[in-house]
Design a protein around this ligand. Structure first.
Ligand code: NAD
Length: 483
């Protein structure tokens, strides 16, 4: 990067302006070849009546500059305001959330002195697609949608991150013992991609035990890759147990645009007092430099920052009698980092980034195509609460509605088989999943359509359908519990 590169910056709310000012002063003192294009986001934009928290004109800057350094913002309570982060992530396709969490003992207290891990969280899919419906009086649904290309991108990102940062292991966390389709696909893609990285150890943990281990023994993890919801939860666990919420930076990376920020929020309780720690945003800015290929500059700033921390020059949030040598404000902390540019830490290992590190690029994703997709049945969901919810009554009606091709196989309620031969103890809601199946190749959409007509004629209220397919002869749907 020889000439100056324009990036978009937002000073945010609360402590945002103070920590952004400190961060940009350090970048400038280190001669980062950057120019700043400021946009307004956050509280004042929300309060001007824009529920997304970002003005329309700001998108042009983000799309043109492609790199966004963002200070934390305050989300006003109530009033239908949308999360700015979610809007930016989704609009600009920022599919990877990367959050390094490490301890800085003995200078910053942590129960896990050797902890040094990075969470790579899928950012766009999973339950966060926000596709929700009330289907009956008693039952609502949230759709969990994941895609093979989405999974390929995030898994590949995690391995590329590990390769470029000299990491030794990538752990995948899913709940594929229960969600064999969605989480199962994530795990399978992880296994396949891991074969391309023989020098990096790959392992898998079920998310529940994985989270417990992360809280209990975080030092045993290196890079963790997981789906959106699990990643949201475990990245907070990891940041908390590292004991350095005020120090961590994070990135949200897409194919063309990337956003860098601090992990923490706008801390309105300490705003305007020159006491906030600017390290979280600075660490976000260091991740940005690595992303831009400015690895030497990233090393220079990170090593100066580590030296400042180990010299005991601390802001109030990490200051400790006996360990720290000076209690400083936001500005003075930035001055101390600037003074140390060019120095390396002696207790902490100096940081080194590969000089020829390419920005991570997961654009060329090989996708596997199936050859055959065969309709083998349909799940018809019905809203029904008559006859004391006796499954035999609805079962008989639905058997009478079956045609030549599609035969009633079973009915489940909340996933548990209740017909034929269910248990009277099983609790039943007003939401019935009725599975009709046919031998492969013997039914079509027309048969589904005719079946729905007969169900409607029988006076039952069908509320949705899901087709059952086999892909290359492999079942593409889950079995009911007890099927
Ligand atoms: P917070 O992270 O702002 O503050 C939690 C506690 O940590 C406070 O006591 C605060 O003083 C302290 N703290 C945080 N950062 C610090 C720093 N750099 N130096 C010293 N102390 C620091 O979390 P919160 O209070 O739950 O949220 C405040 C606002 O921030 C809310 O409006 C929330 O929506 C928003 N928020 C924004 C982002 C973002 O923009 N990415 C992220 C989280 C929260």
């Amino acid at each position: 990067m020889s000439e100056k590169r324009k990036i978009t910056v937002a000073y945010g709310d609360g402590i945002g302006p103070e920590i952004m000012d400190a961060t940009l002063r350090i970048l400038d003192a280190a001669e980062a070849p950057l120019e700043y294009d400021e946009i307004k986001v956050g509280e004042q934009v929300y309060k001007s009546g824009i529920s997304s928290g970002i003005e329309d004109s700001a998108w042009d800057s983000l799309r043109e500059n492609k790199i966004f350094l963002k200070a934390p913002i305050t989300t006003p309570q109530g009033g239908g305001y949308k999360s700015l982060n979610v809007t930016i992530r989704k609009t600009l396709g920022l599919y990877a959330n990367v959050r390094p969490c490490r301890a800085y003992t003995p200078f910053v207290k942590s129960n896990f002195p050797k902890m040094n891990l990075t969470i790579v969280r899928e950012n766009e899919e999973d339950l966060y697609a926000g596709i929700e419906h009330q289907q009956t009086e008693e039952v609502v649904q949230t759709l969990k949608l994941v895609s093979r290309p989405g999974i390929e991108s995030i898994v590949r990102y995690a391995f590329e991150y590990a390769r470029l940062n000299n990491r030794k292991k990538v752990t995948c966390m899913t709940k594929d013992n229960i969600m064999k389709q969605s989480d199962g696909l994530f795990h399978r893609v992880f296994n396949r991609v891991s074969e391309e990285y023989p020098n990096i150890e790959a392992d898998h943990m079920i998310i529940d035990i994985g989270s417990a281990k992360l809280a209990d023994n975080p030092e045993s993890f290196d890079v963790v890759v997981t789906l959106n919801l699990y990643g949201d939860i475990i990245s907070d666990i990891a940041a908390e147990v590292a004991g350095s919420v005020g120090l961590g930076g994070s990135s949200n990376v897409g194919q063309t645009v990337a956003m860098f920020e601090a992990i923490h929020g706008s801390a309105p309780d300490i705003a305007g007092k020159n006491i906030a720690n600017p390290s979280g945003l600075l660490n976000g800015a260091i991740m940005m430099l690595v992303h831009l290929g400015e690895t030497k500059l990233a090393e220079k700033i990170e090593n100066a920052w580590l030296k400042t921390i180990e010299d005991g020059i601390h802001t109030g949030d990490v200051y400790e009698e006996g360990t720290s040598t000076a209690l400083v404000g936001t500005k003075e902390f930035a001055d101390a980092v600037i003074e140390r540019l060019g120095q390396t830490p002696s207790t902490f290992k100096p940081v080194y980034y590969k000089e020829d590190a390419d920005p991570i690029d997961t654009k060329h994703i090989p996708t596997t195509h199936y050859r055959t997709k065969t309709l083998v049945g349909v799940d018809v969901f019905i809203d029904w609460r008559e006859h004391d919810r006796d499954a035999n009554v609805i079962g008989q009606t639905l058997e009478n509605a079956q045609g030549e091709a599609l035969k009633l196989k079973m009915i489940t309620n909340r996933g548990v088989k209740v017909y034929p031969s269910g248990f009277p103890e099983t609790f039943k809601t007003d939401h019935w999943r009725c599975r009709y199946t046919a031998p492969a190749g013997s039914c079509s959409n027309k048969d589904v359509y005719d079946l729905l007509k007969r169900i409607d004629d029988a006076g039952l209220d069908f509320i949705k359908t899901e087709h059952l397919y086999e892909f290359d002869g492999v079942r593409g749907y889950s079995l009911g519990q007890g099927e």
